[in-house]
Write a protein that binds this ligand. Structure first.
Ligand SMILES: Cc1ncc(COP(=O)(O)O)c(C=O)c1O
Length: 360
């Protein structure tokens, strides 16, 4: 067996320990004589799996009791519609557009009401987070929407926007569980799990109780109503059982590692290795303003598309996979999620140094 260092933005690297444990339990989950993949979602054994996953997640983040945790399908992208359908009571919402994902969410919301773009960083290719201390928040806005970590551009809010009392909704797909968060600052925190938590195919949405009601937009499908899933404990229909099981294992791994404060320290250390190298490099350059740099996604360029392509090819040959930047921006991007070991980043930096010496 030989494993590579996988810098994919998602689906992404998972803790090896977790994969091995799943492998051991593949044919016979703890004496059941079947795999979790083969098990009824109505069984007692599966109920224990989902209950334990939720309890561990609540414990890890410190989720207050007035918030529900939903395990949903349809990717983070389906939340772009579910959020306005469930929350736009006044038909108004404010969006801060800091990248492709926020832009898509903003475009989707326009189908359901008046979505206002109250700030954007598109003028400089989304390479920074706009000042959000005094934005023109709409007096009747049902919520203010952000994408907290911008996977493609590598920016992250270091301070949440001043929403002037309005409900904050955040897509945290690419920074989920990478550091502690204060859940009470948000109405909804949601993210696809395929980056920092588990296999693809599920979204976890943490929603304040009062936002889960029957008062949704007319025509909202049953499956798109938060209340449908909240009332059924995420078991209204067959959920992504295996994904819930894997995420549960990652939550246990995170707890064993010391929790989110320790993850933050580890992530800061790893990101510093890479950013420090980029800041002194004569060949490579980071694309984000230093104060808004993400700890999770680190885009960089040489400024020469041919050299970028050479780097991606040679790094792959050296066992460093998926360093090509997003198809819409080019260059390179290293995604260094929780499960990326420090040695992976050290190996990448050593490779970059060597590449620089050979190509400068
Ligand atoms: C921040 C962010 N939001 C949303 C998405 C879309 O996720 P999904 O493919 O689960 O719909 C992505 C995917 O890469 C993302 O990075």
């Amino acid at each position: 067996m030989s494993r590579v260092y996988n810098f994919s933005a998602g689906p992404a690297v998972l803790p090896e320990e977790v994969l091995k444990e799943a492998q051991e339990e593949m044919l016979d989950y703890r004496g059941c004589g079947m795999s979790v993949m083969e098990m009824s979602h109505r069984s007692k054994v599966f109920q224990n799996i989902i209950d334990e996953a939720e309890a561990d997640l609540r414990d890890l983040i410190g989720i207050p009791s007035n918030y529900k945790v939903l395990f949903l399908q349809g990717g983070a992208s389906l939340q772009f519609s579910m959020i306005p359908m469930n929350l736009m009571k006044n038909g108004v919402a404010d969006y801060i557009v800091t990248g492709q994902w926020a832009k898509k969410a903003y475009a989707e919301a326009q189908k359901y009401g008046k979505a206002n773009k109250i700030a954007s960083s598109e003028d400089k290719t989304f390479s920074y987070i706009p000042d959000c201390s005094d934005l023109p928040i709409s007096p009747d806005a049902d919520y203010v929407y952000i994408c907290e970590n911008n996977t493609i551009y590598g920016t992250k809010y270091k301070k949440l926007p001043n929403t002037k009392g309005k409900t904050l909704v955040a897509d945290v797909s690419s920074c989920f569980l990478s550091e502690p968060v204060n859940v009470s600052d948000y109405g909804i925190i949601y993210g696809g799990v395929q980056k920092n938590i588990g296999p693809a195919g599920m979204v976890i949405s943490i929603i304040r109780d009062d936002l889960i009601t029957d008062d949704v937009l007319p025509g909202t499908p049953t499956m798109m109503k938060f209340k449908t899933h909240a009332d059924a404990g995420s078991l209204y229909n067959t959920p992504n059982c295996y994904c819930i099981y894997m995420c549960g294992k990652v939550f246990k791994w995170l707890k064993k590692m010391g929790g989110l404060e320790v993850m933050k320290q580890r992530n800061e250390e790893k990101a510093k290795l890479l950013y420090d190298f980029l800041d002194q490099s004569k060949l490579f350059k980071g694309t984000v303003v230093p104060e808004d740099r993400s700890l999770m996604n680190v885009p960089f360029i040489t400024g020469n598309a041919d050299l970028d392509a050479k780097f991606v090819k040679e790094s792959k040959e050296a066992g460093l996979e998926n360093l090509k930047g997003h198809r819409t921006v080019g260059g390179m991007r290293a995604s260094i999620y929780n499960a990326m070991p420090k040695e992976g980043v050290e190996t990448l930096v050593a490779f970059m140094k060597k590449f620089e010496e050979e190509n400068l």
